[in-house]
Design a protein around this ligand. Structure first.
Ligand SMILES: [Cu+2]
Length: 352
């Protein structure tokens, strides 16, 4: 068997593998695109809203000052935030602990599959290099070998990498598919809008109120016991343990909503509405940063997500101006429906 033939077969095998992967992924991508198009209809209104808010001063937003019973949760050291090298060298070099199912899966894939595989490959290649350098040095081989082919080795170095790639492809493709999962019907929607240089969060399922979130100054962050450049005045408060439909858009330039400990990153693009499912495992404060270079103060528009138990989340919603929760809405719906009936009757009478 000639070397060229083996490479031909190897490349054929790779093409077949990628074709199989694409076919396996096709339905997922189609679903994601459908979700995109249906969400797209909201984009125009999102743009209009964004423009309207833009007119107002960023500082003058309806801040959470009205909150009565709510006090911002104190962050837990090392949870939902990066670790400094001085505090824990090893932890500072890897991913943050994960608080979503996708994040735990991705971290498992990194720790159990990718890292061991790349470590073994690197050590193996290093050993081969050292062996060749020593064993086949010029002084030990005055007459060089003229070997050009070794079928057995050529077959092995083609087949083994293919097997390694297949092993990596299985969890990799399933992680990709998980990340495209469409939020369920009953997911709570929260829309994050990026501005130069702060975030606003609107709660369309809870009365459509808006939170304006600016970074705290160094003194303010210190006073509140938080990390400067991660701490904000008003956090994005969400319920823990239930599916959230996080939508992102932007008012001026492209930003990106990214929270490393939740394995969540999504671009916020003007005139578009991106949407992704997020379920946070447990209550806590999770920090992130804008992850798309968006101008002079790109580094000064952090994100702080505060996940609360459902009851506390609902209490927080009620404390916001215009904030409503669905259980309240059900109670109020009955009299409203009657009123509409009466209206309909009156207009019918008027018509006859
Ligand atoms: Cu930004």
């Amino acid at each position: 068997m000639k070397l060229g033939h083996i490479f031909d077969r190897a490349s054929l095998a790779m093409v077949a593998l990628f074709a199989a992967m694409s076919i396996a992924l096709m339905p997922q991508i189609a679903v994601a695109q459908e979700a995109d198009t249906s969400a797209g209809s909201g984009a125009e209104s999102a743009g209009a809203e964004a423009a309207a808010t833009d007119a107002a001063s960023p500082e003058a937003g309806p801040a959470a000052e009205a909150a009565s019973s709510y006090t911002p949760m104190a962050p837990t050291e090392g949870k939902g935030m990066p670790t400094a090298f001085e505090d824990d060298a090893l932890k500072s070099m890897t991913f943050q602990d994960q608080y979503s199912a996708d994040g735990q899966y991705a971290l498992w894939m990194h720790d159990v599959i990718l890292l061991p595989v790349i470590t073994v490959i690197s050590l193996f290649v290093l050993a081969l290099l050292l062996w060749v350098v020593v064993r086949y040095r010029k002084s030990a081989n005055p007459v060089p070998s003229k070997t050009t082919h070794n079928t057995a080795i050529e077959v092995i170095w083609t087949i083994v990498p293919v097997i390694i790639l297949v092993i990596i492809a299985v969890p990799s493709i399933s992680l990709l598919a998980r990340q495209y999962e469409t939020p369920p019907e009953n997911a709570i929607t929260i829309k994050a809008t990026g501005y130069q240089w702060y975030w606003t969060y609107t709660y369309p399922d809870n009365g459509d109120f808006e939170i304006v979130s600016n970074m705290l100054t160094e003194e303010e962050a210190e006073a509140s016991g938080e990390v400067f450049q991660l701490a904000v005045d008003n956090r994005m408060v969400v319920p823990a343990g239930v599916p959230l439909r996080i939508q992102t858009t932007a008012a001026d330039v492209i930003h990106a909503f990214a929270v490393p400990s939740l394995w969540f990153k999504m671009d916020a693009v003007p005139g578009r509405l991106n949407e992704k499912l997020l379920t946070i495992d447990e209550p806590g404060v999770y920090y992130g940063q804008c992850s798309e270079l968006c101008g002079a103060k790109h580094a000064y528009m952090p994100l702080a997500v505060e996940a609360l138990p459902m009851a506390e989340y609902e209490a927080w919603v009620r404390s916001q101006p215009g904030g409503t929760v669905s259980s309240d809405a059900v109670a109020e719906a009955a009299p409203e429906a009657e009123a509409t009936d009466v209206d309909a009757e009156t207009s019918e009478e008027a018509a006859s």
